[in-house]
Design a protein around this ligand. Structure first.
Ligand SMILES: Nc1nc2c(ncn2[C@@H]2O[C@H](COP(=O)(O)OP(=O)(O)OP(=O)(O)O)[C@@H](O)[C@H]2O)c(=O)[nH]1
Length: 361
């Protein structure tokens, strides 16, 4: 983890000094060069022009540089807002805030991947402290040798968000007696989605060198609260708490990712298609215009990091949760299965998780 952090710090430092960094888009061979525009703006523009342009300028509306006609003449100007949480708004019309487009709060992995280059560059840059609010970038067309230590990839952008300390705040802790026994219940507030998330922690059998057992549980109102039989969520929640209690050292991190991150309204629409149109859980999500799984584990990773539960054993059947934590630099030592025997109500759902979503069931 420290190595990753050091590598990242070097790149952030480079940017702080006003030097050029490069970004390689995930699903193409395209490479972009970018930097903050500071006092030596003209020099930077000359540098960037050698790459083949056109140049784009991302500016916050406060930026003085934006006022300078000569500098912006060669650029497409995209006024944007850098916020302390690394949240991004880009305006297509500087004067009208209603005209905000795209690049909104980055909530989940799939949306992250689909964000345009500007979003990824701004995401990275907004993790630089200070009030440098003007970025310039261009796609590289000409052949150039890019120093690989200055080349950002998706991992760097994700890590830069992870190491940004402002994304969650521990807002309270109490003891809670559950059927499974007593837990310390922590609440965390996340600026990313403006929600509270929870961690049920047990450390009574904590020992040196014992790896904590962690479960990440995504919110399921229908299964957890109303006891719906359509999914295995209710049983997984209670069995998860039971196993962590028995092991004596770990946490159940409860993330507000209802319906695999698509929200309750869309999940119920998808349920309708499963009940009355014979679709499975994957096709139904897509039919309601959502990704099959919209979850991102940045908040979960930050909570686990806060609790110092890394490296960890993860109680799950879902490999995407492991890659989701790896993405933020967390090391999962072992996957511990969390299988609930199927019932006639949820068999199809569990079969689909195994056959189409790669769950190890
Ligand atoms: N969109 C959608 N979401 C569902 C459906 N059934 C259950 N869910 C949601 O799926 C999520 C399941 O969360 P988890 O049990 O933590 O995760 P998992 O991906 O099943 O992986 P495990 O760790 O192996 O349990 C919850 O957010 C449920 O609300 C469905 O048919 N459609």
């Amino acid at each position: 983890m420290n190595q990753l952090k050091d590598r990242l710090e070097k790149k952030l430092d480079h940017l702080r000094r006003g030097e050029l960094l490069y970004y390689k888009a995930e699903k193409s061979e395209d490479v972009y060069a970018f930097c903050f525009l500071n006092k030596s703006a003209e020099l930077k523009i000359a540098d960037l022009m050698t790459y083949g342009g056109p140049l784009s300028l991302l500016v916050s509306d406060q930026s003085e540089i934006c006022q300078s006609r000569e500098i912006i003449e060669d650029c497409t100007v995209l006024p944007c807002e850098f916020t302390p949480q690394g949240l991004i708004n880009v305006f297509n019309n500087q004067s009208e805030t209603e005209d905000r487009v795209l690049l909104r709060v980055v909530k989940n992995h799939d949306i992250l991947e689909n964000l345009s280059v500007e979003g990824r560059i701004v995401e990275f840059a907004s993790n630089v402290e200070g009030d440098e609010h003007c970025l310039i970038y261009t796609k590289i067309y000409n052949k150039v040798n890019v120093d690989s230590s200055l080349l950002l990839n998706e991992e760097d952008v994700s890590l830069s968000r992870f190491f940004n300390p402002r994304l969650i705040e521990m807002t309270g802790m109490t003891e809670l007696d559950l059927q499974q026994g007593s837990f310390k219940l922590y609440s965390f507030y996340s600026e990313i989605d403006a929600r509270y998330h929870w961690a049920f922690v047990c450390d009574e059998k904590k020992e040196e060198k014992k790896t904590p057992l962690v479960r990440i549980e995504s919110e399921c109102l229908t299964g957890h609260v109303f006891g719906s039989l359509l999914c295995d969520c209710g049983d997984q929640l209670s069995k998860g708490l039971e196993e962590i209690k028995e092991y004596g050292y770990g946490a159940l991190v409860y993330l507000r990712q209802e319906g695999r991150g698509i929200g309750l309204k869309a999940k119920l629409d998808a349920y309708y298609l499963q009940q009355f149109h014979g679709m499975d859980t994957v096709d139904a999500n897509i039919a309601v215009g959502m990704p099959e799984d919209a979850r991102d584990y940045l908040i979960g990773a930050q909570i686990i990091n806060y609790l110092k539960f890394e490296p960890l054993k993860l109680l799950t059947n879902n490999p995407a949760k492991i890659t989701g934590l790896n993405r933020y630099g967390l090391s999962v030592e072992q996957q511990v299965s969390h299988i609930i025997p199927p019932s006639k109500h949820n068999k199809r759902y569990l079969d689909t998780k195994r056959d189409r979503m790669g769950h190890r069931i």
